[in-house]
Design a protein around this ligand. Sequence first.
Ligand SMILES: Nc1ncnc2c1ncn2[C@@H]1O[C@H](COP(=O)(O)OP(=O)(O)OP(=O)(O)O)[C@@H](O)[C@H]1O
Length: 339
Amino acid sequence: MAEGIGIEIRNLYKIFGPDAARLVTQVQQGMTKAELNERHAHVLGLRDISISMPAGGIQVIMGLSGSGKSTLIRHINRLIDPTAGEVLVGGEDVVKMAPEALRQFRRHKTAMVFQKFALLPHRNVLENTVYGLEVQGVSRAKQVEAAMTWIERVGLKGYETKYPNQLSGGMQQRVGLARALTNDAPILLMDEAFSALDPLIRVDMQTILLDLQKDIRKTIVFITHDLDEALRLGDQIAILRDGCMVQQGSGQEIVLKPADSYIESFVEHVNRGKVLRLGSVMEPGGSEPDLPQLSDQLLLADAARAMMHSGAARFAVTNAAGQPVGQISVAQVNQALYG
Ligand SMILES: Nc1ncnc2c1ncn2[C@@H]1O[C@H](COP(=O)(O)OP(=O)(O)OP(=O)(O)O)[C@@H](O)[C@H]1O
């Protein structure tokens, strides 16, 4: 199986309009999106974006409508050419690829899962799932073997001969996921992939993806405008506004240290008890002897419950190896929960 490869985006700019190449210098020197629009009738899509997406991780790109999320993800398989900057995938600059190399790259290194599923209506589940391998010219036996594996893994065994219009939205998106995984590309690009689903189905799909990712370890780039989804899925989260990067970091960092009032307004309604982990809010270092122990991975809501049952006031916080890495009091947990 093809495990993920790293993606490195460096100083990426995208200006939409015929004179972009000339105007980018002025944007690099500070011309605003509004000025570019008013004076030159060009649209600033992205400004100076740099992100390092580690191999095998889930990188979430978040932001409101029009912030540049789709523009950014489309640079990774070069559906969009940048005005300036580099997009390195597995060390190779996608922007410099010749047409044939680019075609091979798209076919073998990337797979996409779309918000609107994009299934072929006249093909059944199996035939939709084998599609990518069919295009690659893989033998029919291998196509079916791979497709059946992933159809089963996404929970669709027994539905192989159903057609898309016989399936619910959630099941159609399972097909979308099985199809993408059957391609066995190291990179999975997911543009608002779960946004069209009902809330409970959406959470189910997130669970399926997280379970699968423990085995497949692809590099997943996941676009969403939903903070809960971002916090659940993202090993790293990047937040865009008006084409600019406002903050990058882990979900824990973003909730605990929002970079500005824009991000604060995103995170203020987060259920901190279900997002923050003890290890993120403890006093790091050693711990006093003989304290009762709690895991650094505990969610604060669970930690608060465990503390209440224990009756102690202070606790040692331990890592996966059971070693103390810090300590925390009931008051500190309450402070982190309620501010
Ligand atoms: N082909 C294009 N020509 C001109 N402007 C464009 C083009 N594509 C995108 N834009 C502009 O670039 C900016 C970023 O758009 P983009 O679609 O990447 O945002 P988004 O965050 O994905 O939004 P949404 O959540 O609505 O899809 C917007 O101002 C948009 O109008």
